[in-house]
Design a protein around this ligand. Structure first.
Ligand code: AHG
Ligand code: MN
Ligand code: MN
Length: 335
């Protein structure tokens, strides 16, 4: 079988659809290369002294793991000199990171969750990197946080890399979803699936059940209906999976269908949810929609939310169309 590399895929997309400007192509290649470096560090584990805590906290008040910090540095160093970016933002940085003056400034903004699933790092369970690409609107030289505060539907590209039994890169440029597997011998990302589509129907849900007592009535009712199985209103038995790394849970859903929920809960009543809108929910919502699924906060499409802050949180319901519509309907009924 003829192998198509990420580079060839991007060149052909550009040729066929003329939809990938040179800077965007470079950006994707640089992010993919950075993810390869992160994959190598992840695979070394204790041998590379990358496990455990870094002894610091991020802006969200979470303890940073060594790999959170390493991955953030790898992504910044890889991306700041190429001339394709105006600025970057990350889960692990309080404010935006400008491209240093000694480098040319490009037209894109890159946001990332450098290492998703931190609680799984030290137990050898799949983790990942999530990224979102926006265009800088306007032609002023300066960049501020306000330039980032665009709704997710304006993303030029989004993707994630999952570091699991295989390292895989899943990417959308707004024209479907493609998946690449890392060939460790040659060091290249090889196209292994194009036109990913997730089924409309599913019988598998993904939620942290230990928070059940804290959920709002519509979410509780949705899960209750699933748990009632064949005898209940849904008329079928459901299975449950929760890895605890959004990347891994979403990757499973893209592979075989399912619905993922991280809803608002009463532990932090003032926060809309746990997950971050701009570098977790938006890129995943873009990918899931491009694969034929839906992504909402229970009431509105995630990609239509206009962010007020870089580290804004959001309630997330995404995956197979019929399940997301059922969750939305229960919210509309008020539970
Ligand atoms: P991060 O490691 O980037 O902070 O994200 C962790 C997120 C997400 O990956 C996952 O879905 C969720 O936290 C798991 O949360 P619980 O531990 O509450 O299940
Ligand atoms: Mn995360
Ligand atoms: Mn993270």
């Amino acid at each position: 079988m003829k192998r198509v590399s990420l580079t060839q895929y991007l060149v052909e997309q550009q040729r066929e659809h003329g939809r990938i400007p040179g800077q965007l192509r470079l950006l994707i290649e640089v992010v993919a290369r950075a993810c390869k470096h992160i994959a190598i560090a992840v695979n070394k584990g204790a041998l590379g002294d990358v496990l455990g805590s870094a002894g610091s906290q991020n802006v969200q008040g979470e303890i940073q793991k060594k790999l959170d910090v390493i991955s953030n540095e790898v992504l910044i160093e890889a991306n700041e000199w190429g001339g394709h970016l105006a600025a970057m933002a990350s889960e692990e940085m309080d404010s935006i990171h400008l491209v240093p003056n000694r480098y040319p400034q490009g037209e894109y903004l890159l946001l990332f969750d450098p290492l998703d699933g931190s609680s799984n790092i030290d137990v050898n369970v799949s983790i990942g990197t999530i990224f979102s690409v926006l265009r800088k609107i306007g032609h002023t030289r300066g960049v501020s946080e306000a330039d980032f505060l665009q709704p997710g539907r304006q993303q030029a590209a989004a993707g994630y890399c999952v570091y699991g039994p295989q390292s895989m890169l899943v990417l959308t440029l707004g024209d479907g979803v493609a998946a690449f597997t890392l060939d460790r011998e040659t060091g290249s990302w090889v196209l292994t699936q194009a036109g990913l589509q997730l089924p409309d129907e599913t019988a598998e849900f993904s939620i942290n059940m230990s928070n059940l007592r804290h959920w709002a009535p519509p979410v509780r009712r949705y899960i209750d209906e699933c748990l009632e199985g064949r005898a209940g209103p849904r008329g079928k038995d459901f299975n449950m999976r929760w890895v605890g790394s959004m990347v891994a849970d979403v990757h499973r859903i893209l592979s075989r269908g399912g619905v993922f929920l991280y809803p608002w809960d009463a532990r932090q009543p003032d926060q809309p949810g746990k997950l971050r809108l701009m570098y977790e929910a938006n890129p995943m919502a873009f990918i899931v929609e491009q694969a034929g699924g839906l992504a909402t906060n229970g009431r509105e499409r995630i990609l239509d939310i206009v962010p007020a802050r870089l580290h804004e949180r959001v309630s997330v319901v995404l995956g197979s169309r019929h399940e997301v519509l059922r969750v939305n309907a229960l919210h509309a009924e008020g539970g």
